[in-house]
Design a protein around this ligand. Structure first.
Ligand SMILES: [Zn+2]
Ligand SMILES: [Zn+2]
Ligand SMILES: [Zn+2]
Ligand SMILES: [Zn+2]
Length: 303
């Protein structure tokens, strides 16, 4: 693509990439700590959160990798560039998360039927550690502005919530004999993971089905294009998105009779300006004239 397709982010991709890398290692480190802690305390709730953190670090790792790949320009094999690879990443992560959540829910159901002893004091201790480290990470990431950093921040905050729930459950189980609380928390965390998979997957599928991007109002665009000077009408207006951020538009612009070359150029230019102002970076216009046979028949009997 040419250099006029620019995106404005608060700061450079290197900065965002570094923050994602930090979040990736933090999450991965935590997943391992939780895996060990979950086995030691025999808490399926902590194991469920370990899996949640593992899933998060997997998506962070993929996002980190794609951050590098997606900036590659189009080549003779992938003429649109590599932005759509993020869709592949999100489908891969969704499959991993669905399989893992089902395994965890199955284990939790077994524990409802056959309650097991969990080390409640150990759960509380581990959750205090988790709240401190996760809280520090949330505080640090609060400054980040990019899409990716915001997503990372949301994950960190929900992790913080998970730890608070584990702490509350541990306290309850320490003072009362309530063994069902641990598998119950585990199922809640797994359902939360599945809910996020559903949200993520449905937006990925919308992109693959070439739905008009949510931040673009196509009837608004249509009206703005029609009011361009010396334009007669427009048709075949298509808007879709490569990855949810980089939008593509194509349209047929029918000019009035007896227009000059300059008027055509001006109309094309203002059409591109209107599209750019609405965040559409890649615009293709086919200009038609009213005396073109195909165009006039379309104009008289629009299908
Ligand atoms: Zn281009
Ligand atoms: Zn998360
Ligand atoms: Zn966690
Ligand atoms: Zn046409």
């Amino acid at each position: 693509m040419s250099s006029d397709h620019s995106h404005s982010h608060a700061h450079g991709p290197n900065d965002a990439g570094k923050n994602i890398a930090v979040a990736f290692f933090l999450n991965f480190f935590f997943a391992i700590i939780e895996l060990i802690g979950g086995i030691l305390t025999n808490s399926v709730a902590i194991l469920s959160d370990a899996f949640h953190d593992f899933g998060d670090s997997l998506s962070l790792g993929v996002a980190w990798y794609l951050q590098k790949i997606s900036t590659k320009k189009g080549d003779s094999r992938f003429s649109y560039g590599y932005k759509r690879f993020s869709l592949l990443g999100s489908i891969f992560i969704s499959v991993v998360l669905v399989v893992g959540s089902i395994l965890i829910v199955a284990e939790s159901i077994k524990r409802f039927a056959d309650p097991q002893d969990t080390n409640a004091a150990g759960m509380v201790l581990l959750s205090i550690l988790g709240i401190i480290v996760n809280g520090a990470a949330v505080f640090r990431l609060k400054k980040g502005r990019s899409h990716n950093e915001k997503a990372v921040l949301i994950h960190m905050m929900e992790d913080l919530l998970g730890w608070i729930a584990v702490m509350a459950g541990g306290i309850l189980m320490h003072f009362w004999d309530l063994p069902f609380i641990d598998p119950m928390l585990s199922v809640i965390i797994a359902v939360w993971v599945l809910f996020n998979v559903y949200k993520n997957l449905s937006s990925t599928i919308s992109i693959m089905l070439q739905e008009v991007p949510k931040d673009v109002d196509i009837s608004d665009l249509y009206n703005d294009f029609k009011s361009i000077g010396k334009a007669d009408s427009i048709h075949d207006l298509h808007v879709w998105t490569l990855d949810g951020e980089s939008h593509i538009l194509s349209v047929h612009l029918v000019m009035q009779e007896n227009v000059t070359r300059e008027e055509v150029q001006k109309a094309k230019e203002s059409l591109k300006q209107i599209a750019m102002h609405r965040g559409i970076g890649h615009v293709t216009v086919e200009v038609e004239f009213c005396d073109e046979v195909s165009c006039c028949s379309y104009y008289k009997n629009p299908c």
